[in-house]
Design a protein around this ligand. Structure first.
Ligand SMILES: NC(=O)c1ccc[n+]([C@@H]2O[C@H](COP(=O)([O-])OP(=O)(O)OC[C@H]3O[C@@H](n4cnc5c(N)ncnc54)[C@H](OP(=O)(O)O)[C@@H]3O)[C@@H](O)[C@H]2O)c1
Length: 344
């Protein structure tokens, strides 16, 4: 049986297109000492993958001809390590059906929920929302928390967490269907459509007392607009800048920095979730308890088939997804281990 893989074939000039990628087949690898062979079940589709194509970010710029990198959930099918065959793991499987990885690169999942949750709300996405909102943003009950990309994977969790922590929550999303969903289904206090001509006025009406914490997933002109709405001593959590990923020519700015930071005494802070691994277990268990109690709704868009991963990323960058965007690469294992831990 061959191993289907998607290669980063050509650096995009302008917006991402499917011919950025090339499909190829290889042999399924064998596990050497300290290694695992993983069968990919689900792939996380992340807008940052577009940014990796363009420039050095928190990782090296992608090189044409390399396997498209990506995070996924997989079943270990062969092992030369203490992570046993049958274990469910998450890790950097890449856009392929079978991955050979160092056992140290994967995390064993103690399966207590639907598998897809371990890439979304109970995985890096949910943990990013948790750490960004609570550790970086430090919202207090009653404060106004504004979230961009609010109907996306990270944003919807950050918004629901802010609501759970007693804040007034306002979302920014890219359609009226999404803004209605945020208010009616996820309990946001208000939501505004950034593609509407009345966005600036709508934002003012939705935040009559200003903004105390801005959880920013998008950067660009929306960040510039929100800077003016911030209250004194507000916090801006720079989680990402998706509005500037799908281009060769990111916009400079925003204007208002440093002037508004100074006059309003704002704190604007970026973070990368991988710098906070010591905080992951506590964040995970809080998220797990909110999901189990029904306080935190899980929103996912799952696309079938590895061959559709390129289109999934293209569409996500245009805002087609609601919640976490995933690609199903293979079936769930027939018998799911409740808990498989690495051998001591
Ligand atoms: N700091 C970290 O450690 C960390 C970790 C993970 C992710 N991130 C970042 O978190 C952000 C969200 O990632 P995600 O995985 O949750 O993706 P996502 O929000 O599920 O998907 C991206 C969303 O961005 C919005 N968007 C696209 N173009 C836009 C534009 N020009 N202006 C405004 N919004 C636009 C679209 O929603 P609309 O249709 O609603 O506009 C789209 O659905 C990204 O910036 C990502 O890089 C950071």
């Amino acid at each position: 049986m061959p191993n289907g893989r998607l290669i980063f074939a050509r650096r995009p000039a302008g917006s991402l297109t499917v011919d950025t990628f090339r499909f190829e087949e290889s042999e399924i690898p064998e596990a050497g000492p300290g290694q695992v062979v993983c069968r990919t079940v689900l792939l996380s589709i992340d807008p940052a993958a577009r940014a990796w194509m363009q420039a050095r970010t928190y990782r090296e710029r992608l090189v044409e001809g390399e396997l498209m990198p990506g995070h996924g959930l997989a079943e270990v099918i062969a092992s030369g390590s203490n992570v046993p065959a049958g274990a469910i793991v998450t890790g950097p499987v890449g856009w392929q059906e079978y991955a050979l990885l160092d056992a140290t690169a994967v995390r064993t999942v103690e399966v207590r929920s639907v598998l897809s949750h371990y890439l979304g709300v109970l995985g890096i996405t949910g943990i990013t929302a948790h750490i960004g909102l609570l550790a970086v943003g430090q919202p207090r009950p009653g404060e106004t928390v504004l979230i961009s990309g609010a109907a996306g994977a990270t944003g919807n969790v950050a918004g629901q967490l802010a609501r759970i922590h007693g804040c007034r929550v306002v979302g920014i999303a890219g359609s009226s269907a999404k803004t209605t969903f945020l208010v009616k289904e996820l309990g946001f206090d208000a939501a505004v459509d950034h593609r509407s001509r009345s966005f600036a006025d709508d934002l003012k009406s939705a935040c009559p007392d200003g903004v105390d914490v801005y959880f920013d997933n998008v950067g660009g002109p929306i960040l510039e607009r929100v800077l003016r709405a911030m209250n004194a001593h507000g916090r801006i959590v720079c989680c990402g800048g998706v509005s500037q990923y799908d281009t060769q020519d990111p916009a400079p700015g925003p204007r208002g920095v440093p002037g508004l930071l100074t006059t309003k005494r704002l704190r604007m802070e970026g973070f990368i979730v991988h710098d906070h691994v010591d905080d992951w277990p506590a964040a995970h268990s809080e998220l797990e308890s909110h999901v189990a109690a029904g306080r935190l709704r899980v929103i996912e868009s799952v696309i079938e088939g590895l061959d559709r991963a390129p289109q999934a990323l293209i569409s996500q960058l245009k805002g087609s997804n609601l919640g976490k965007c995933l690609v199903r690469v293979g079936k769930d294992p027939e018998a799911l281990p409740r808990v498989i831990r690495p051998a001591e």
